[in-house]
Design a protein around this ligand. Structure first.
Ligand code: FMN
Length: 345
């Protein structure tokens, strides 16, 4: 098997950009309209300042953590991303193989190309979340819930922030059409217009259909999240979809800070958007996240070297997290999360 040809996430990105066409690269790399919100995700993370502490006798920091009662190797989560067979013929299967050696959460979904049961076969240690969009009637939604239950998923996520395809200029300008590339074993969702017809009552209904934890994804306004918490969801996945849907100008950092300001509940929080470095993970944890999801960097790994590339991306991020924690003076994840409580960096 081919050895990894990159040693940093940024080098993997460079390799990925050379391995696929400009259209394909821009399809996944771009953000809504002129990419402003996507870029702000990374910029605002870099702008958070944390004072490093010294002489704390940290030999090897512990990056393990707990989420919804389970223990994980690190706070990292694989974010759901659609249409992965465009990048590798086995797309989602390679992604699952790439994360299977870590005790971590991986999220796959109805916008992917490969059936959940096939993904499951290659997921050994993995804790899977099955995500659906509201692209069908209640009967279809119930089928997705049952599918997640049959495949022993640890939770169900619902993507709430992408009712219609957005305008991403650098994607549209290449005239690339993702639907024409990559194989599919998963049937397409039956009716994308259904997403425009549901309101918050669908979440209440979904919650009544299953004992699996429900994790809605894509809230930006804390008022929406408050409603979802009142409906009994089990965790929240804050996200601006990597800046791909609405060019809100609100970064992941903005979103999380506002949530912590206005919502006092202790509900577990996954956040994503713009994480490219070990210190980025520390920064999201330091302002109140429990878990941090990774999107595009996993695709860089997949394109650069298939499942080995994905595995290497997560290894690098974990290693960078440990090194940043040692240099920053954090013994464990709990110590980082304390910063959110003290609000003293
Ligand atoms: C190519 C691509 C496809 C995506 N598809 C989905 C999706 O189907 N469902 C979803 O909830 N989020 C989707 N997302 C958003 C990711 O789950 C995640 O929120 C985002 O990528 C995080 O930002 P990052 O790429 O900067 O890490 C997608 C992102 C990308 C880049």
């Amino acid at each position: 098997m081919k050895k990894n040809n990159f040693v940093t996430v940024r080098e993997a990105r460079k390799i990925a950009s050379k391995k696929v066409s400009v259209g394909k690269f821009n399809w996944f790399e771009s953000g809504a309209e002129d990419d402003f919100t996507t870029l702000k995700n990374t910029y605002d993370l870099s702008n958070i300042q944390i004072y490093p502490r010294i002489l704390k006798k940290i030999i090897v920091p512990s990056i393990s953590t707990k989420f919804l009662g389970n223990s994980y190797d690190s706070p990292l989560v694989l974010a759901p991303m659609g249409h992965q067979t465009q990048f590798h013929k086995d797309g989602e299967i390679e992604m699952a193989k790439g994360t299977k050696n870590y005790q971590m959460i991986s999220c796959f979904n109805t916008q992917g190309r490969i059936n959940l049961s096939e993904i499951k076969k290659f997921s050994q240690n993995n804790n899977l979340i099955w995500q659906f969009f509201l692209f069908g009637n209640k009967k279809w939604i119930l089928e997705q819930i049952k599918l997640a239950e049959r495949n022993n998923c640890i939770a169900i996520s619902i993507c709430l922030d992408a009712p219609v395809r957005s305008y991403r200029y650098s994607d549209r300008e290449t005239r690339y059409d993702a639907r024409k590339f990559g194989r599919r074993t998963l049937k397409q969702s039956p009716d994308i217009n259904m997403a425009l017809k549901y309101d918050f009552s669908i979440i209440k209904w979904i919650k009544q259909q299953t004992k699996l934890p429900i994790i809605p994804k894509g809230m930006v306004h804390y008022k929406d999240t408050k409603k979802l918490i009142d409906l009994g969801v089990d965790a929240i996945w804050l996200s601006n979809h990597g800046g791909r849907m609405f060019n809100s100008g609100l970064s992941g950092v903005d979103i999380l800070k506002e949530h912590k300001k206005y919502i006092k509940s202790n509900i577990p929080i996954i956040i994503d958007g713009g994480v490219r470095k070990g210190s980025d993970i520390i920064k999201y944890l330091s302002i109140g996240a429990d878990m941090v999801a990774i999107g595009r960097p996993a695709l860089y790994g997949l394109i650069a070297n298939g499942n080995r590339g994905v595995q290497e991306i997560f290894r690098i991020l974990q290693e960078e997290l440990k090194i940043s924690m040692t240099n920053g003076g954090f013994k464990n994840i709990k110590e980082i999360k304390l910063l959110a409580k003290n609000d003293k960096k």
